[in-house]
Design a protein around this ligand. Sequence first.
Ligand code: ADP
Ligand code: MG
Length: 469
Amino acid sequence: MQMSGNIVDNLVDTAENSGSIMAIWDSFQEDFRQLFPEDIYHTWFENLKPIRELGDSLTLMAPNEFAAIWIRDNYKSTIERRIASRTGRIISIAFDFICEAKERENPSSAPTAMPALRKQRAKAVQKCDGNALINPAYTFDNFVIGSGNQLAQATCVAVANNPGQSYNPLFLYGATGLGKTHLLQAVAHEAWKKRSRLKIVYTSTEKFTNEFIKSVQENRVAKFRESYRKVDMLLIDDVHFLTGKERIQEEFFYTFNELFESQRQICLCSDRPASEIARLESRLVSRFQWGFIADIQAPDLETRIAILQQKASAMHLELPEEVIHLLAKSVSTNIRRLEGALNRIAGYTALKNRPIGSGEARELLQDIFMDETRCTIRIDQIQRHVAEYYHITLADLLGKKRPANIVFPRQVAMYLSRLLTAHSLQRIGSEFGGRDHATVIHACKSVECAIEQDPEAKRAVEAIQESLK
Ligand code: ADP
Ligand code: MG
């Protein structure tokens, strides 16, 4: 995130430019007012102002640093999506904030306090820009075991206790947010705890790549190689990033061989099995499959509840049972998303100074729940449900006919695809008989209009949405 921290004295006035987001910012404010509970809107959104718009990037200014970080962590993607669905533009948002000196002269109503959370955030930010890649919280103790991750966890413990012995290389794979990085770093923590003299390196594939490129530019490739090839344990995260990078794959291949031949431990993580990483050299695919392969599956309901309880207790957050159940039931595919929901509740609880109720939580987390739905609903399901609701055939829904009793359901299906999946406008258009993105934008606008003006249309869209749950 770009967060300069400077006071932006001369606000660039592009608001009058036609087609700019800045010019229609008030209407987004109206959206946010509708989308969020009143106090959330008042605390985070009311004083959020666009100050710069350059091409596809928009800078929003928050009243203080804490608010900027909080909004970035909790609402950035919601804001970006809202803009995309209303304008069809994919905008990337950065945040700026009024620095404290200025703030003293001109105090704002957004909170600068909430000391515990402020401290927690500040720590998180520091972690990102130092070289402390390892998160001290990613230990085995903090890892909740369930049926989806049991095997991966047990193998990681074995590797930490006996590096380079039975499971070499260890290859972990699973969808994003399911704990791969946590486990990989837990191996590092545990192995260090047991043998502090071991030379352990944890890195991401991206970092490995960047370091290699830099070493080439600065003429010190030999040093780069040495730094990786003399380690006792190499933990490399996100190896799916090797896709298509031939030169890095070659470099990685030699590092791998050298370590493997001298029985040093290699642990790798990926979001898919090695054989499914596109354009990965076959000699690497086969090496990644030499040792032990463990996959991580999404956690079941009990594991999600246990994770929530553990995290709430670590945050000293009082969470009513019904709220835990609401969260665990509504977010099932990604533990990072579950944590995001929990953090937001922590902010709300601190603000209100009392535990949150499930009705409030439902309202507060609408967009997070929506993100979750996006991961689970497919366009073809939406098309089927819409066709059934309006009693038309799927062929008509996707075809070229244009009578109103077909056109409107078709637009509803496009609108719901935009709302409930993460697919691009182009992709949605192509799933509707090869239509273009402008048709999808037009459909979304027509349906939004109909929902506002016609209670019957509103009921229909809500009923279809309900049936998709
Ligand atoms: P991945 O690398 O698979 O995308 P991470 O390891 O970054 O996922 O996990 C996402 C978040 O979820 C992290 O904050 C991690 O601590 C947490 N997490 C994942 N699995 C568990 C678990 N079983 N118990 C506790 N926390 C977990
Ligand atoms: Mg990860």
